[in-house]
Design a protein around this ligand. Sequence first.
Ligand SMILES: Cc1ncc(COP(=O)(O)O)c(C=O)c1O
Length: 319
Amino acid sequence: MSTGHKRPSGSGRLLTGVGSGQAKTLKESPPNKKARNSKHGESSVNAEISSSSSPVKPETLIDIFCDPENPKKVQFQDVSAAAYKIKTGIFHTPCSKSRLSDQLGMDIYFKKEFLQFTGSFKERGARYALLSLTPEQKKIGVIAASAGNHALALCYHGVDLSIPVTVVMPKIAPLMKVQNCRTYGAEVIIHGKSIFESREFAMKMGKENGKMYINGYDHPHIIAGQGTMGLEILEQVPDLDACIIPVGGGGLLAGTALAIKNLKPEVQVIGVESENCPSFSVSLKAGKAVYTESLSTLADGLAVPVVGVNALETAKRFH
Ligand SMILES: Cc1ncc(COP(=O)(O)O)c(C=O)c1O
């Protein structure tokens, strides 16, 4: 695999996944300080794990569900299954015509996903991922690292579905989001100066406790869940010509493109990313997820230096 990172001599990475029964060792990349601009932190950039009391050695971990050597192409059936499963628990948000329409001489609609309970579309994937766990996994619970919306979504739906959720949030996570996660009743751990440290900690803890790690933009169920937004948009705007999707790790774009292109291939699906972090377009050109230097951007939630491998694999066929 290559993510465009430089490799240190002798560094190893344990590819691991709870409940997957698979594990293999990869030679992979080192921590990369340039990646710290990302808010998501679920890219394959790694940070060292410092705890010494743990039975898990301080190897860097990667996620079996987001394996760069075996990326998963999510299918339309996955989105349909997600739509069926999350019918209850997720709002069918309005997609209303904007006043900008007259000004710009075209019909512009906004899909108001901020009206989901926690304020973002991330709930779709989170709820579907939780509902797709085996009964055993539902008892043990899941773990994730996030500074914001993915954490909120998982915490809220975990509590709603009585599935234990642990989120690891970096010290820089907005206080309001940390408090809200706690208010929902989930376990919140503040760990790490950056989301990269939180992620490594979460993955290590997941491995120790048997909790599945859920990547917020690249777990296949997350991508399928986000795709349900595309289904709703088609229902709400039947004569849709084009759909513009913001791109961070690429989960929302991949899922939505999958839904829309399968049902209406003539609709243009346009991903928009920050000029200061063009990781998705760079990776599309390269044909694989490559590390892309990220400069600071107002759209900090979209600054993901390495996009999701499954998201890329799923979206690239529509390119
Ligand atoms: C409002 C909003 N739009 C788009 C995105 C990008 O989603 P993804 O990381 O799945 O590409 C995010 C990510 O957090 C977001 O918060």
